[in-house]
Design a protein around this ligand. Structure first.
Ligand SMILES: NC(=O)c1ccc[n+]([C@@H]2O[C@H](COP(=O)([O-])OP(=O)(O)OC[C@H]3O[C@@H](n4cnc5c(N)ncnc54)[C@H](OP(=O)(O)O)[C@@H]3O)[C@@H](O)[C@H]2O)c1
Length: 292
């Protein structure tokens, strides 16, 4: 497995002038209620794109320092500089391939000395098409990123949060995580795993002051669709998903961020489970060219 560089980037000199100019100094942000509750550091996986990137920006805007994790080090480094300049926060870039348990362990080790109060597990990807037409390697990779890495990182971070008696964990399920979905059967199963795992942890960690939420977005315009081989019509923006999710932490066990997620989610939930499977199978036939 390729070795990735680590870089810690302190706030840039001169950033203060810009923050004061914007009337929103870093010290004000550090005392933002969200930073007081879930700071001073957040660990965000999937920070190079889509929902993870939008989450990192949302958190930095509220004064949290951010550990940025994904494979694409160049994008993470650019984002780190941008977050420092705009929000005066500190950043740590850890480029890692979350398919690899040793890389996952390295992320945990390299962020070990930071006072992490929030874990946002946004790294993930999907596959689509008929399961038996798929090669097994991408499916195993998806299981590793969507489930094993989430398990390994949550186990370590949750222990730290429980010890400090304060913090939050944000997991990303999906609107397809509530039933079987022909045409993306294994991806939907990974999201069902996340949904179940998060619901259980929500109650286990509540007595220790640790909030856990599962976000179940509908289609979102990000890098997801092209990786998954899907074509999306209506879609949410990553900003709407990040905002709806992070705002709901502490008050909900599951959130359906944005109107489209709510319409799809609550619409489907009124149907019996066998009907949900058939409806979603039909939706997937419209979204996956190889199924047509
Ligand atoms: N978009 C949707 O329609 C939608 C709907 C419901 C749920 N979700 C879920 O939301 C989460 C975020 O997805 P998104 O829409 O933001 O997709 P995205 O734009 O494709 O972003 C995925 C992120 O995961 C990272 N990632 C993928 N494989 C990785 C690996 N092996 N190691 C480390 N990082 C990896 C990518 O970074 P690198 O490529 O740089 O490694 C990227 O930052 C996923 O769990 C997805 O299943 C998405």
């Amino acid at each position: 497995m390729r070795a990735f560089p680590l870089s810690w980037i302190p706030p840039l000199a001169g950033a203060t002038d810009m923050q004061l100019h914007n009337g929103n100094a870093a010290s004000d942000r550090a005392t933002h209620p969200y930073a007081s509750r879930y700071g001073p550091w957040a660990l965000v996986t999937g920070a190079s794109s889509g929902i993870g990137l939008a989450s990192a920006e949302w958190l930095a805007a509220r004064g949290l320092n951010v550990v940025l994790v994904a494979r694409r080090a160049d994008i993470l480094s650019e984002l780190a500089v941008s977050l420092q300049q705009r929000f005066g926060v500190q950043t740590l870039v850890v480029a890692a391939d979350l398919r690899d348990t040793e890389d996952v362990q390295r992320v945990l080790q390299e962020s070990d000395t930071l006072d992490i109060g929030l874990f946002v597990a946004a790294a993930g990807f999907g596959t689509s098409g008929k399961f038996l037409d798929s090669a097994i390697k991408p499916e195993l990779d998806m299981l590793a990123v969507n489930c094993s890495a989430v398990l390994q990182m949550t186990h370590a971070v949750a222990a730290r949060l429980r010890a400090r008696k304060r913090g939050g964990i944000v997991l990303f399920g999906s609107v397809v995580g509530f039933s079987g979905v022909p045409g993306t059967a294994h991806y939907a199963a990974t999201k069902a795993w996340v949904q179940s795992f998060g619901e259980g942890l929500h109650h286990e960690l509540k007595p220790f002051g640790v909030d856990v939420i599962v976000s179940a977005p509908g289609p979102t315009a990000s890098g997801f669709a092209s990786t998954a081989g899907m074509v999306m019509g209506n879609a949410l923006t990553p900003d709407v998903v990040a905002n709806g999710t992070l705002r709901a932490l502490g008050s909900r066990m599951t959130v359906r961020p944005g109107l489209l997620s709510k319409l799809l989610g609550y619409g489907l939930s009124t149907a019996p489970r066998w009907a949900q499977v058939r409806i979603l199978g039909s939706v997937m036939r419209g979204m996956v060219p190889s199924l047509k």
